[in-house]
Design a protein around this ligand. Structure first.
Ligand code: ZN
Length: 433
């Protein structure tokens, strides 16, 4: 693996100050920066498109936002920290007494020193997010405060995302997804955005790639939903995936399992964490979280795992201005990169098969596989047990079961299983995915 400290440091510094949201020029700008290091395509969905139960909102671009006192001193300024502006705020320019203003101010009692991250994507309103001391300062003002928010909503706008398909030998694809809609928070989820780019860079360096990787940087929730809606066919090609979030903090690793906890991607991830002697928190699948909620929904049921470092919900700085560049370090992102690349190596080495005879048992004698008429079966295996293995393989190879799992289930060693697989591949009864 290459040393990416400088690349990661540069990306953290360049991308951190940019105001990202579910739409807007900040997202395009961020994707353009990522494009310098990986050949992703910058794509878009149109504002107003109906995507399943949702509608892609108008494109939102903030220009300025501040609160001034009577003497014209700026007390709160979006320029200083873009978390100050409630995401998707509508425009306003008006003077208010504090008691009129306070319902539009947000601070976090539990984290008084930091600015909370708040958005209002689907209900039109405006607001400012502030620290407790800023709130108290505004509260002291007996005069009217001047509030200005300049934002625009573009009906014919777009919601951008990045996509990179790295083709390998097999048709089945592995999805790697992360979200780029959060402004100025380093762990959630700038770390994930950068790590995903580094993973892509490392995959691109691999020779003789066996699997294909579909890598996407989408706005969380609405972006993933829009992607699912506009790529239903592509999603059917996806075998399983990784959802990358919060990978750059100093805290411990966490491993969130996929919706079907028996799926082998869970075994692989745990194996890697153990081999690397990582102490990690086991997180069962849960309906909360990131875009696994969309990819694993009933229509798609893609198994995705997440390995996080200082996982979302689990660190004090989460969803606040304290999740900054003093909290996240390239060194931590690169630790996560190492784990993910070990997992990808393991994924590359997996041979997963699918039975082409899923409608009942095939007529084995037709293929010369039934012992009475056989002769094509390797006599060293013993024809009776070979028949068993053939039947088990046809029964179990569903494209979602690993050889290790099959080995455990039927208690036959892998050498024997592989011999039989060779025969079944030749007869086109099994195919590799
Ligand atoms: Zn978040």
């Amino acid at each position: 693996m290459k040393n990416y400290v400088k690349v990661s440091d540069k990306l953290l510094a360049e991308l951190f100050p940019i105001n990202r949201s579910i739409t807007g020029s900040g997202n395009r700008h961020s994707l353009k920066i990522l494009k310098k290091i990986v050949p992703l395509k910058i794509k878009s969905f149109k504002s107003g498109q109906k995507v399943f139960d949702w509608k892609i909102p108008d494109e939102w671009n903030p220009i300025e936002a501040w609160i001034k006192d009577k003497s014209g001193n700026i007390l709160i300024d979006f320029k200083v920290n873009n978390l100050h502006l409630l995401g998707y705020s509508t425009p306003i320019h008006k003077k208010f007494f504090f008691h009129e203003l306070k319902e539009n101010l947000f601070y976090d009692k539990k984290k008084p020193k930091s600015i909370p991250y708040r958005t209002s994507y689907y209900k039109k309103r405006w607001g400012f997010c502030v620290t407790k001391s800023q709130y108290d300062l505004l509260k002291k003002s007996t005069d009217k405060l001047e509030v200005c928010i300049k934002t625009n909503f573009k009906k014919k706008g777009e919601m951008n995302y990045g996509e990179l398909l790295i083709p390998g030998k097999t048709r089945g694809e592995i999805l790697i997804s992360t979200y780029l809609c959060h402004p100025s928070m380093a762990n959630d989820n700038l770390s994930g955005v950068i790590l995903t780019a580094l993973i892509a860079k490392e995959i691109l360096r691999k020779k003789n790639l066996k699997k294909s990787y579909r890598i996407i940087w989408v706005p969380e929730t609405i972006g993933a939903i829009a992607y699912c809606k506009n790529n239903e066919k592509k999603l059917n090609q996806i075998k399983y995936g990784l959802v990358i979030s919060t990978v750059g903090g100093p805290g411990r690793f966490s491993f969130k399992k996929s919706w079907d906890e028996k799926h082998f991607i869970n075994d692989l991830a745990e194996k890697i964490l153990k081999e690397n002697r990582i102490k990690y928190k086991n997180v069962p699948f849960d309906i909360h979280g990131s875009d696994e909620r969309q990819f694993s929904s009933q229509a798609f049921r893609i198994n995705t795992v997440t390995i996080a470092k200082s996982k979302y919900y689990d660190y004090a700085q989460y969803h606040s201005s304290a999740d900054d560049l003093t909290f996240v370090k390239s060194e931590y992102i690169l630790k996560s990169l190492k784990i993910y690349m070990c997992l990808i190596e393991e994924i590359e080495n997996q041979k997963i098969y699918k039975s082409e005879k899923k409608y009942c048992e095939p007529m084995l004698s037709k293929y010369g596989l039934y012992p009475e008429v056989g002769g094509e079966i390797n006599p060293n295996i013993g024809s009776h047990s070979t028949l068993d293995i053939i039947l088990w393989l046809i029964f179990l190879c569903d494209g979602n079961t690993s050889l290790e799992q099959i080995e455990k289930k039927i208690k036959v060693d892998r050498f024997k299983i592989r011999q039989v697989i060779k025969i079944l591949l030749k007869k086109k009864i099994l195919s590799e995915i």
